[in-house]
Design a protein around this ligand. Structure first.
Ligand code: HQG
Length: 181
């Protein structure tokens, strides 16, 4: 079923991950935007969003893409940022032994030579299970799921982080830790 909030949710991702300046707001280094300011500036830029709709999106977004601050005055995207305003200080966490990365077959040659790189995002995104990775890969074309030896990477000193919405993040996955599922 289509999510009726999808267009507004996409707009919020655009603002809170990539281009806060497009409606004249700034994010702090942890990605937080003041909700009053965000709603006022969105309205000024002909994208009115009610507070009720924003709160409903936070609560019902299928991937829990947005997080509210403890006092409810601020909102941030859980992951996926590209804006240089944000560098979320995630706590490093020990990963499960195996993580997965869904991608498209057309990227394989490049991934085999360079490993997984973050590209425009701040991190490489990894999934805890194969079905999730499959869905991520489908967004790009003919999907393939790669198996990541996270235990060996962690033992070699690579840091892993878990976003607010349980996406595993790391800076780079060298090719030697990747196998085809
Ligand atoms: C690929 C969605 C060539 C990588 C999802 C991917 C996720 C390479 C693409 C989140 C490469 C980047 C992130 C290399 C990596 N050569 N291609 N060396 N290294 N790639 O969308 O991981 O809906 O930036 O395999 O559910 O697909 O945004 O990353 O195919 O959690 O909330 O480069 O985005 O969540 O694509 O997805 P993306 P992703 P949201």
């Amino acid at each position: 079923m289509t999510d009726p909030h999808a267009p507004t949710s996409k707009f919020l991702s655009y603002i809170l991950r990539h281009h806060p300046e497009s409606i004249g707001i700034t994010l702090d280094s942890q990605g937080w935007a003041n909700i009053d300011t965000l709603l006022a500036q969105a309205a000024q830029h002909n994208r009115p969003i009610s507070r009720a709709q924003l709160l409903e999106i936070v609560a019902t977004n299928p991937k829990k893409r947005f997080t509210l601050s403890a006092d409810g005055s601020q909102i941030r995207a859980a992951q996926g940022h590209s804006t240089a305003q944000v560098a979320i200080a995630h706590n490093p966490v020990a990963p499960p032994n195996t993580l997965y990365h869904g991608t498209a077959t057309r990227f394989l040659d490049s991934i085999r030579s360079q490993g997984l790189i973050a590209g425009s995002r701040h991190h490489v995104h990894l999934s805890a299970d194969i079905p999730t990775a499959q869905k991520v890969g489908q967004r790009h074309g003919k999907p393939i799921v790669l198996r990541i030896n996270a235990a060996a990477m962690h033992a070699a000193g690579h840091a892993f982080y878990l976003s607010d919405n349980q996406v595993w993040l790391t800076d780079h996955v060298p090719a030697q830790y990747i196998s085809e599922e």
